[in-house]
Write a protein of this length. Structure first.
Lengths: 203, 203, 203, 203
DNA sequence: CATGAATGAGTATTCATTCAT
DNA sequence: AATGAATGAATACTCATTCAT
């Protein structure tokens, strides 16, 4: 009986490598991050790295997936604790956007991902996030079906989710030489969300 | 006998090189485009290429700028010919979005830029475009100042321009495995624009 | 309860590994055969493989030796059953050559060995074969000492054996873009053998 | 007007690289010869090497071809000067075999090629040599058509050329632990040649 | 003895960039 | 100013081999 079951060790190795990838990314930027750097940072031989990931791209994709998972779960927890279903759309969306911006600002990995969304398999991050927010929106609109027309709901959500995520990303990227404040941005974005979904209701 | 003044020759060379860059990008994709390919396609030695551009990045940035210029001028022409100032926002924005999507679809260079927004200095494309659309919006809102509140106008335009551009980009990137049609997308986006700017006016 | 004495188990392991080596060679070709592949195919860990063979070369050498052993014994059986000692040289050699070619053609391992005689320790195959054929020739010439002068017999056999083996190998390697048929080749080779050994007797 | 015309410089570079390849081969053996070693030995950057040869294999093949060319021309000169057409087959073949062995013995490159005929694209050497000797044999047999039957001539020459070349190669490879002397080998081989081609004439 | 996770030296090849001509 | 031959740092990935368990 080995101390650590195989599966667990394997998982740990994967985690370690992804941590190292994130760290390397944050430190040197994507272009200067080699697989050897990553292995070294993980305190693992390059051979081991390739035992767990078939190639560099796989590593990056896995990182994107992990980030999207984390973001999702953090948002879910937060939103649930908040009982977001009970509040009006403006409040909820404004709050979540601010919260998201803050989270990214305080996480070097997200930070680096934003900095180099050029060069990363961004779809692997955005696709799941899109789905996640879609799933989060569902119960909300079921509950508030009277206030919001359901016409084109899917299309509208597609547009809003991507618009919000990408605009925030771009904002963070080109900041801080930016005239708009975070608060302002969140305000406008949440306005936009409400405006598109519940035109007549907007203040 | 030097027919052409130095400056003009220089300009022509730059154009030639950018044409070659665009062509190479369109033909081989970003990953397979080397500076040597570009020089060859331009009918010039690499030595010469490096006389005009300090490095490969500069070349790509210049191309981005040029693309943004071209996009701008095409949009400007189009919009002016259309006398867009006279029409209502919904019509104008819907039309321009559809037109833009179509233009990208028919231009292999834009196509490749979309495909590899990873790896390209996208800011060099987006920053000027942002400014351009801002400048185009100005006269419009001056004329229609009665219909649209000017509060937060700059911020709103920032959000809308980026949301639209980026969402379209993402749409084109992940297409054609997409459920939403182009028409639908344009419809929703233009709705969003109107909704944010003239909430009460929305149909 | 150790049913099997150490030595026997060891021998079996060696056989198993050599079988696996041969199989891997036949299936993936020499270039794509790694020690790990071999171990896996043998249903054994690489660690075990290295318990029985110091390195990869040793494995290949052992395989060569084994192939040479098998070839020898097959030829011996065949020749003995044939009572080759009783027949004239032309018949015997012609028959054995044809038989050999056929055997190689139908054995994927031999096939691969031929294809990559570059990269294999061919001596380990040829040296024993040389000796074997020499030993097989002995009784023959003892019996037919009247028909064949024994002058330089050893040297002549050295030349003939190598000439025959290597020419056949080269023939199989460059085939099938070859003008000469197998039959023809065998015919000429056996003629050559007879001609050198019994000049006056040749038909 | 450049000092050296492009073509000549190019040729010189190729020669230099092939020399280096041969030298590296002779010094370290094929397996330990890397493209970087070769470039270094040639006093040239690795980049330049790849400007002249697409890959390592091409380098090796080119070397084989060059060796076969050299061997051919040396033999041709020698044989012509000798007016080999006038002499009887035994004398000619015996002489040429001895000469060949000697030539290989005194040329480190040929030496190394023999040592590592494993791992080299031997066909590139043998195919042309086969053709060369065939072409050299032609005029001989035209002249001596009365002494030698022309039946199966092509096939016989194929067998003899390969047998001789390969047996000599193997002899040189396994030497010096060899019982047979060079003289003896040449004697037997030339006997074999004569015996197969002119059975009745043999002494 | 067996295991197989971990190792890491080793290699072919690319391509942006320079600089002597 | 133009050329393009030469450069060489840089990199992803392999696979024979080891050794702690």
């Amino acid at each position: 009986m080995r101390k650590m079951p195989k599966q667990k060790r394997s998982r740990e190795m994967v985690e370690r490598l992804l941590d190292a990838t994130a760290a390397a990314l944050a430190e040197r930027g994507l272009d200067d991050t080699t697989t050897n750097h990553i292995a070294e940072k993980a305190g693992v031989s390059i051979g081991s790295l390739y035992q767990y990931f078939p190639d560099k791209d796989a590593l990056m994709e896995a990182l994107m997936v992990r980030v999207s998972d984390r973001v999702s779960s953090v948002f879910r927890e937060h939103a649930t604790k908040l009982e977001y279903v009970k509040f009006d759309l403006k409040t909820v969306s404004n709050y979540l956007i601010l919260y998201g911006i803050d989270a990214i600002r305080n996480d070097p990995v997200s930070q680096e991902i934003m900095k180099s969304w050029n060069s990363l398999p961004l779809e692997k991050l955005l696709d799941p996030l899109e789905k996640f927010f879609l799933s989060m929106a569902q119960p909300y609109f079921v509950r508030h079906y009277q206030d919001y027309p359901i016409q084109h709901l899917e299309g509208k959500l597609y547009v809003l989710i991507n618009s919000t995520l990408l605009t925030v990303a771009r904002y963070l990227q080109s900041a801080p030489n930016n005239a708009i404040t975070e608060k302002n941005l969140a305000h406008i974005l949440s306005d936009m969300i409400v405006a598109l979904l519940a035109p007549q209701a907007k203040a």
